[in-house]
Ligand binder design. Structure first.
Ligand code: MN3
Length: 236
């Protein structure tokens, strides 16, 4: 279930820079993209998401995306100093390895933050709740559409609640480690405020093939405080 990054396809100009970059990139690479600790204990989302899944998902899968992304700095020295958000928005410039691993790093960084232990989950703000009611009719209907996006994503990918460029809420899904920030023609663009990982590695140990049960239970661990914060930022 580990991700296999696509082959590097450096352009001619990148090749020219390669020798130069290789001389000093190892030092920079170690400090560029890093795996932040989880903002809570690995068992904090029990019983909905189990401790072992969290350990493997964060410590191995997410860690691999970070390491593989850092390895791409020798191909693309311009990644040095680039924010994760900025990278997503110009993903069309990069190869499949940056798309998969840079997307994977951004997506998981968001994923850990939009979940929280029970005492920290909060509730949708008045502003977000009103926008959800206006857009979808009700919170229940929004969740239904989101669940459909999660369930109909064939294979690996993500479901999203996002703010579109014209400041409207919508639900979408992306394949693999793509996300709505990426400037790629097949992606519906927006600013994600809530995201759900529906790769099998996110739920298989506890839920096996029952993705629907995972999706249903996952709503119990959503960190609405963080979703509210992202909604407010996206609406500015
Ligand atoms: Mn994952």
């Amino acid at each position: 279930m580990m991700h296999t990054p696509g082959a590097s396809r450096a352009t001619r100009s990148h090749s020219v820079l390669l020798g130069l970059a290789a001389a000093f990139v190892p030092m920079l690479a170690s400090a560029q993209f890093t795996l932040a600790p989880l903002p809570y204990a690995t068992d904090a989302l029990e019983p909905h998401i189990d401790k072992l899944t969290m350990e493997i998902h964060h410590g191995r899968h997410h860690n691999a995306y970070v390491n593989n992304l850092n390895a791409q700095i020798k191909t693309y020295p311009e990644l040095t100093g680039m924010s994760l958000e900025a990278m997503q928005g110009q993903m069309s410039k990069f190869n499949t390895a940056v798309r998969n691993n840079g997307g994977g790093h951004y997506n998981h960084d968001l994923f850990w933050k939009v979940m929280a232990p029970e005492s920290q989950r909060g509730a949708p703000s008045a502003g977000l709740a009103a926008a959800i009611d206006k857009t979808f009719g009700s919170m229940a209907e929004m969740k239904k559409r989101f669940d459909q996006a999660a369930m109909t994503r064939f294979g690996s990918g993500w479901a999203w609640l996002m703010v579109t460029p014209d400041k409207k809420l919508t639900v979408s899904s992306t394949a693999n480690q793509d996300n709505p920030l990426m400037d790629l023609p097949e992606i519906q663009r927006g600013t994600p405020i809530l995201g759900l990982d529906v790769w099998e590695h996110a739920y298989y140990l506890k839920y096996q093939n029952k993705r629907a049960d995972y999706v249903t239970n996952w709503w119990n661990v959503v960190n609405w405080n963080e979703v509210n914060r992202r909604y407010d930022a996206a609406m500015k």
